[in-house]
Ligand binder design. Structure first.
Ligand SMILES: Nc1ncnc2c1ncn2[C@@H]1O[C@H](COP(=O)(O)OP(=O)(O)O)[C@@H](O)[C@H]1O
Ligand SMILES: [Mg+2]
Length: 493
């Protein structure tokens, strides 16, 4: 990567050392070697039959030469060739003896120095391919000082030409031929390998290097949008990998942004919480003084004010103490649910419009094992949402209601919070209980239901939207019997 003067990080052109590295150790280097090996193997497969064929052609050539000379001899039947002519013939055919066999009669046409013992009889035209191969390799590997006898039918007539030859000439010719084949093979394989290498380097290795250096750069600065991989638009497997990488990086950046947002929010909440505590402490002192005022309204509201501020101080304290996003673990005791719901009603009293009926139909003797503060907050959140939703309805004289009901079975207690509001908007339904995701109203945080759900789950219970529609919504809280833990009888409540 190159650090530009502007500070922006841009992908550098592929550096030279990348090329050398990848040839030496990488994919393309290995492919280069493999291609050379494969082409050589193919050449060997071609070489084996072709060297045997070469040998046959060589032998046939000399038989043909002898046959051409024999025409003179046959015309002149009975007369021996002159010594000089014989020597010429022997030279031309690289033979020690040339003879013509007609049926069982063999006539010597030319002969030079006495040949050593003949080790092989080769009869051209009648040999099987396998034995041709074997005999060719025997010449190539072990020949050089042997003498063989070769015969082949003449083109005209029934007679056959026979030669006795030292195999050194044949062997030398074959070695020459092999050397040429080897050289040609090497050249072909190098050219092929080079082309294959270049093609692969261009098509595969280079893009892979590009992708992996982008990965390196991205992992160093995952928040930098300029580093998101730009796919080249290829349609093949590498193109698909490029597109996936790119979308993966985009997803990762979105997640990172969200995480960062949450972290900043957490810090902000901690700061607010910290100073709010002090402010609330002063408010608490002021409202405490109000209890001394004789006015009956003040007398009725002041204790509620004190209690509410007290509660707020307690929340800020517990949030600071338990920090993070985790709620204080519930302290389970047996409480009368009716009284708890009544307190929710009193707290809501001030915000609730007059045309909303508050109905607490929880049986007076119904007891639940719960943490008073936590369950209070959960139900308060649900009720406040209901009131807020109903406030959005146009006032058409219709009486609205918010009813809290509960019943107990052997499995636990079910609490229903039913309103006659407009119903939960479609957009909010899917992630209703996920923090920051469920809000569908402006100014909403999407935290209320997430908090309620967490508090209820702390009791081992669950919360769900049971019904919703234009006629209203019902939220249901299920608390397990005994709250999952033995409840302690609460003193006084
Ligand atoms: N009783 C209800 N009636 C209609 N809509 C509701 C009701 N309760 C919750 N909602 C919808 O669910 C959303 C999420 O609620 P909540 O988690 O408390 O977040 P917030 O109140 O901050 O928006 C609300 O914005 C609202 O649109
Ligand atoms: Mg809310």
């Amino acid at each position: 990567m190159v650090e530009e003067p502007s500070g922006e990080v841009v992908p550098a052109a592929l550096p030279e050392h990348h090329f050398r590295q990848s040839v030496a150790r990488g994919l393309s280097g290995r492919l280069l070697v493999l291609t050379v090996i494969f082409v050589m193997i193919a050449e060997v497969l071609i070489f084996v039959p072709s060297v045997a064929n070469f040998r046959n052609v060589w032998l046939q050539g000399h038989l043909d030469t002898a046959e051409a000379a024999s025409i003179v001899y046959l015309d002149d039947s009975g007369i021996m060739l002159s010594q000089e002519a014989q020597e010429h013939l022997l030279m031309a055919t690289r033979s020690l003896q040339v003879s013509i066999r007609d049926g069982s009669v063999s006539r010597l046409m030319a002969s030079g120095p006495a040949p050593g013992p003949v080790t092989e009889h080769i009869s051209l035209g009648t040999m099987q391919p396998m034995s041709t191969l074997r005999s060719a390799f025997s010449t190539l590997l072990f020949g050089g000082e042997r003498v063989y006898h070769v015969s082949g039918p003449m083109k005209s007539g029934d007679a056959a030409i026979e030669l006795v030859q030292e195999d050194k000439y044949l062997r030398n010719a074959m070695l020459n031929y092999s050397r040429n084949i080897l050289l040609i093979s090497l050249v072909i394989s190098l050219i092929t390998a080079g082309l294959v290498f270049l093609a692969l380097y261009w098509l595969i290795v280079r893009p892979i290097i590009r992708i992996s250096s982008n990965m390196d750069a991205f992992s160093q600065h995952p928040e930098d949008t300029a580093l998101v991989y730009r796919p080249t638009g290829r349609g093949d497997e590498i193109g698909i990998a490029e597109a996936r990488l790119s979308s993966l990086q985009k997803d990762l950046q979105a997640t990172l942004r969200q995480k960062q947002h949450l972290a900043e929010l957490g810090l902000a909440v901690s700061k607010i919480n910290h100073d709010l505590r002090n402010i609330l402490a002063s408010a608490y002192l002021f409202s405490d003084r109000l209890t001394g005022v004789a006015d009956p309204t003040v007398q009725r509201l002041a204790p509620k004010l004190v209690k509410t501020i007290d509660r707020a101080v307690e929340y800020t304290r517990s949030v600071l103490a338990y920090g993070k996003a985790v709620e204080r673990p519930p302290e389970l005791r047996k409480h009368r649910l009716h009284a708890l719901v009544e307190e929710v009603g009193e707290t809501l009293l001030v915000e609730k419009p007059d045309h909303v009926d508050w109905r607490n139909t929880v049986p007076g003797d119904l007891e639940v094992s719960c943490d008073w503060e936590n369950l209070f907050r959960a139900i308060l959140n649900l009720c406040r949402n209901a009131v807020q939703a109903m406030e959005t309805l146009p006032e058409d004289g219709r009486q609205l209601s918010l009813e809290i009901a509960a019943n107990t079975t052997s499995r636990g207690t079910t609490i229903r919070i039913a309103d006659t509001g407009p119903g939960v908007p479609e957009a909010a339904r899917e992630k209703l209980f996920t923090a920051f995701q469920g809000s569908a109203k402006s100014g909403g945080t999407g935290l209320g239901l997430a908090i309620a759900s967490e508090l209820v789950r702390g009791h081992g219970g669950s919360i769900e939207l049971e019904e919703t529609g234009p006629q209203g919504s019902v939220f249901r809280i299920d608390l397990p019997a005994g709250g999952g833990q033995p409840a302690i009888e609460a003193p006084g409540k």
